[in-house]
Design a protein around this ligand. Structure first.
Ligand code: C2E
Ligand code: MG
Ligand code: MG
Ligand code: MG
Length: 283
């Protein structure tokens, strides 16, 4: 049986690795159950103008809560979902939940648009991706203008030709396109010449040291000037301090996202957060 074959395969591993393998197996089947049972929800993190603080949308981030209340980090379950193929189901769930939320947001809550959704390499690879996305949009009566799709560099360079075709198609439909975790991929920059994209997101690993480490500052500055040259919006993710925010704003970064402005929040929490902001800016 497959199980026996699996056992044979791992019997030469040391026990630490065996434990990891068992843990991943466990997580995989747990994740499958969760997908059916509703343990996945979304958190929304605001994005604001680096210069004025004006709202510029938010990012939807998947959250997995176990029945005992504990949270599993996406850094842990997304890679497992990727490897086990569950990412397609998870991805659909995330898109549906994001669209359902968007559809519920009123005119007053339009500052929360566009909502950025993370799209995994396997989703981009799927030939049904665009059709499924449009079908879900139709189901919720939504518009592509509500949505920004975030792809990582690695997902794009994995199959440039397919990525260009798909991204061109998505942009023609009215979706915004962002490259996430920019600067951390294996890619050369050359692929950027083939694309119309909208946004580059500077990875938080550079942002966290931008005000204290010359190398990180140099990398962030290069990304900003590259983005300017290509006419793109530059977003810094993971901005935690006023110092980082000031540095980035002065360097020409357009938008910031991070704990300094707001943590990822459940739907009702970001609604209240937005309302409080609107009230305090009125007075
Ligand atoms: P990402 O798309 O780059 O998202 C940004 C991550 O940085 C989020 O982690 C967010 O909570 C975190 N973050 C935001 N501001 C700060 C800050 O000021 N300081 C620090 N230290 N962290 C900050 P999260 O939610 O744990 O997600 C991790 C990654 O998992 C995401 O990185 C994304 O790659 C992936 N992910 C999350 N949700 C989804 C999803 O629905 N689909 C897919 N394919 N991937 C997802
Ligand atoms: Mg992202
Ligand atoms: Mg990112
Ligand atoms: Mg990141």
């Amino acid at each position: 049986s497959a199980k026996a074959a699996g056992k044979n395969q791992v019997c030469s591993f040391d026990s630490k690795m065996q434990q990891q393998v068992d843990h991943r197996h466990f997580m995989r089947s747990e994740l499958r159950t969760v997908l059916d049972g509703g343990g996945i929800s979304l958190a929304f993190q605001p994005k604001v103008c680096a210069h004025t603080g004006a709202m510029r949308g938010c990012e939807a981030l998947a959250r997995w809560q176990r029945p005992d209340g504990s949270m599993v980090s996406p850094a842990e379950f997304i890679p497992i979902a990727e490897q086990s193929g569950t990412i397609l189901a998870l991805g659909e769930l995330v898109i549906s939940q994001a669209l359902e939320t968007c559809a519920a947001w009123t005119e007053q809550q339009r500052d929360l648009f566009p909502v950025a959704i993370n799209i995994s390499p396997q989703q981009l690879r799927s030939v049904h991706f665009v059709d499924r996305l449009m079908a879900l949009l139709a189901e919720f009566g939504g518009s592509p203008h509500w949505i920004e799709l975030e792809f990582t560099e690695n997902a794009i360079v994995e199959n440039i030709k397919h990525a260009i075709e798909t991204i061109d198609q998505l942009r023609a439909l009215g979706f915004k396109i962002a490259i996430d975790d920019f600067g951390t991929g294996y890619s050369s920059l050359g692929y950027l010449r083939f694309f119309g994209i909208d946004t580059l997101k500077i990875d938080k690993s550079f942002v966290s040291e931008v005000a204290t480490d010359r190398n990180c500052a140099a990398i962030a500055n290069s990304i900003i000037s590259l983005g300017k040259g290509l006419d793109l919006t530059i977003v810094a993710e993971g901005v935690e301090t006023a110092q980082q925010q000031q540095y980035l704003a002065q360097a020409g970064c357009d938008l910031v996202q991070g704990y300094l402005v707001g943590r990822p929040m459940a739907k009702v929490d970001i609604e209240q957060w937005l309302e409080r902001r609107l009230l305090s800016s009125d007075s």
